[in-house]
Write a protein that binds this ligand. Structure first.
Ligand code: HMG
Ligand code: MG
Length: 298
């Protein structure tokens, strides 16, 4: 494996909390984010400017973004599904937004009430405005392996959507195994299709761990040259519009894997463990990281 630095985007405060049944206050979300800031992640997703009727857990993400003390050198982002969400992000001087669609029609319909093509047109418009304003844009493609409604996804469709996002100005396209059914061979196939049309340096892996395959999938992705992954401390996560989607791969486990391979993340492990333990206590739940379960007493 070449290139020894791996960029981690911590998505626990967004993907991790968006599906939680427990009521988490804005203060608790802020404290969680303050813990994440201490960890040395290069990128942190703060929340989502989505409709609070659709995802109440992400309400007031703009306020959260504004209140968070944001040191230089960390990319803080907000997920924006449409013009209204983008304007909310701009109003709080957000410097990076994430736009998100998928490679399967039913998922896009259920998630953002749109077709794939309409979502791409909508996001091209947002990406153009972002460019004018000097705001970075990251893109997500969900359901890269399977869709909970449409079944297996055609890898060529993933590559098609990913290239559209890249061409409209996304500096990175994060590939989401939304329901975690991917296995290394299927992930490799998707990545090969995508890296035929986009530089591999612009691809990130976003793997949910529903079937316990995420670490194996990251390993396979590293082999193909990927050096950017999304993860959630304590293995938080899930998508409200993907039944059966459980947590993201736990950041603690990813760091353990990467260090074991001699790769660097720049992450402060003590701070990362504190962040995971804090949010697990708030949720009243065992930390889902296997590393934490093996090494830390409750
Ligand atoms: P819609 O109902 O079609 O929207 O939803 P609309 O434009 O018809 O508006 C309906 C109402 O929502 C109006 O309010 C709007 O003002 C309001 P009303 O007049 O009824 O009072 N509204 C908004 N409010 C706040 N912020 C906004 C906003 N937009 C409209 N931005 C919409 C369309 C996109 C809004 C909705 O479908 C939505 O919010 N979806 C978000 C779903 C979501 O957050 N999913 C999880 C994130 S994606 C994910 O987890 C996958 C990922 O992790 C990768 C992977 O794992 O694969 C990224
Ligand atoms: Mg996700």
């Amino acid at each position: 494996m070449s290139d020894t630095y791996v960029r981690l985007t911590e998505v626990g405060a967004r993907d991790g909390l968006q599906n939680e049944k427990a009521v988490i206050t804005l203060e608790q979300r802020l404290t969680f984010l303050e813990h994440l800031v201490e960890c040395g992640f290069p990128a942190i997703e703060v929340g989502a400017c989505v409709s609070p009727k659709w995802v109440p857990q992400m309400a007031q993400s703009d306020e959260l973004y504004q209140r968070l003390v944001k040191p230089e050198g960390i990319d803080f982002s907000l997920l924006t599904p449409n013009q209204k969400g983008f304007e909310a992000a701009v109003a709080v001087q957000c410097k990076e937004v994430s736009i998100f669609t998928a490679a399967s029609e039913s998922f896009v319909q259920k998630n953002i009430n749109s077709t794939i093509e309409d979502s791409l047109a909508r996001f091209a418009d947002i990406a153009a405005q972002a460019k004018e304003l000097g705001i970075k844009v990251r893109g997500y493609v969900s359901t890269i392996v399977d869709c909970p409604y449409d079944g297996p996804t055609d890898p060529a469709k993933v590559a098609y959507v990913a290239k559209k996002l890249y061409d409209m100005g996304c500096y990175e396209v994060s590939l989401g195994d939304t329901i975690g059914t991917g296995t290394p061979e299927r992930i490799r196939t998707v990545l090969k299709h995508c890296s035929d049309v986009i530089p591999v340096a612009a691809l990130a892996g976003h793997y949910h761990d529903t079937y316990g395959m995420a670490i194996a999938n990251i390993y396979a992705s590293l082999d193909l040259g990927l050096r950017s992954f999304d993860a959630s401390v304590a293995g938080l996560g899930g998508c409200p519009y993907a039944k059966g989607a459980s947590g993201n791969v736990a950041t603690e486990d990813v760091v353990y894997l990467l260090e074991g391979l001699g790769l660097q993340t720049g992450v402060n492990k003590e701070a990362m463990l504190r962040a995971g333990q804090y949010i697990s206590q708030v949720l009243g739940r065992q930390n889902q990281s296997r590393f934490v379960q093996a090494t830390c007493s409750a």
